[in-house]
Design a protein around this ligand. Structure first.
Ligand SMILES: Nc1ncnc2c1ncn2[C@@H]1O[C@H](COP(=O)(O)OP(=O)(O)OP(=O)(O)O)[C@@H](O)[C@H]1O
Length: 252
């Protein structure tokens, strides 16, 4: 079953298509990797999916509903269901808020619309501790501030915040790019585990083909705004790959 279906999506800036007639499907529970070099349009695509950007043409269907023309208020339930993890967790967390207050923020915004099944809310501290545990952080960490924890721990906090309201889908926009190699591997392993535990679907955006290969079931390759290749991960090394995909394989 497709959770997300994108057809012929176009977004242009100053007459140039940053996203150029892109089509793809994301199945429920799967990780779809999107790989491509800097400037190919990956972030523009993710901003279009979240409707942080208007779309010039094409359609975005999420849970059988076209969302490309919805108003900001109509988008509210969809924004609950699609959360994003950014490259830089330091910028994503308010330095003046304790970790627990950052984690609680989405819950406080959406509590009237939520019916949680994996997590439960009996008290703020109990809920935050459940989420910290889910991302492999110690309970007491909620009382610290972002500058008092490591970059890898900060990214775990942004993941805890994103999963706190049990979204259907995460957009992972270079989620490990700011981390050292060992921490990258740990965060990728956590994301793989959470996808299974919480039946999440991921759009995993990265320029790192190795990371994409590790986490994804399907891969698409983007170049200059277009998807030039799309295949199941088992076909990565097949002769049928596009010449650009082969170039990327050579680099990694
Ligand atoms: N707000 C904007 N106004 C004008 N041009 C933009 C805007 N946002 C992106 N672009 C252009 O669209 C193209 C795609 O940019 P985008 O940031 O989506 O690429 P990317 O693949 O995410 O790159 P990176 O991996 O470096 O983040 C680039 O040529 C960029 O200059």
């Amino acid at each position: 079953m497709n959770l997300l279906s994108v057809k012929d999506l176009v977004k242009s800036y100053n007459g140039i298509n940053a996203v150029d007639h892109i089509s793809f499907d994301l199945k429920k529970g799967e990780c779809l990797g999107l790989v491509g070099e800097s400037g190919c349009g990956k972030s523009t695509l993710s901003r279009c999916l979240l409707r942080l950007e208007s779309v010039d043409a094409g359609s975005i269907t999420f849970k059988d509903k076209e969302i490309q023309n919805l108003s900001q208020s109509q988008l509210r339930p969809i924004r609950k269901d699609i959360q994003i993890i950014f490259q830089n967790p330091t910028a994503a967390l308010n330095p003046r808020l304790k970790i627990k207050d950052s984690i609680l923020d989405p819950y406080l915004q959406y509590q009237k619309e939520l019916s949680l099944t994996h997590f439960s809310f009996t008290s703020k501290d109990q809920y935050v501790n459940q989420l910290l545990e889910a991302v492999g952080l110690p309970k007491g960490m909620g009382d610290r501030y972002p500058h008092e924890i490591s970059g890898g721990q900060r990214q775990r906090v942004t993941i805890a915040r994103a999963i706190s309201i049990e979204p259907e889908m995460l957009i992972l926009d270079e989620p490990t790019a700011s981390l050292d190699v060992i921490t990258q591997a740990e965060v990728l392993a956590l994301l793989a585990e959470l996808r299974q535990q919480l039946q999440l679907s991921y759009l995993f955006i990265s320029h790192d083909l190795t990371a994409v290969n590790q986490l994804s079931q399907q891969i698409m390759v983007m170049k200059k705004g277009k998807i030039v290749d799309q295949f199941p991960v088992s076909q990565l090394f097949s002769e049928d790959r596009h010449s650009y995909t082969k170039e990327l394989i050579e680099i990694f």
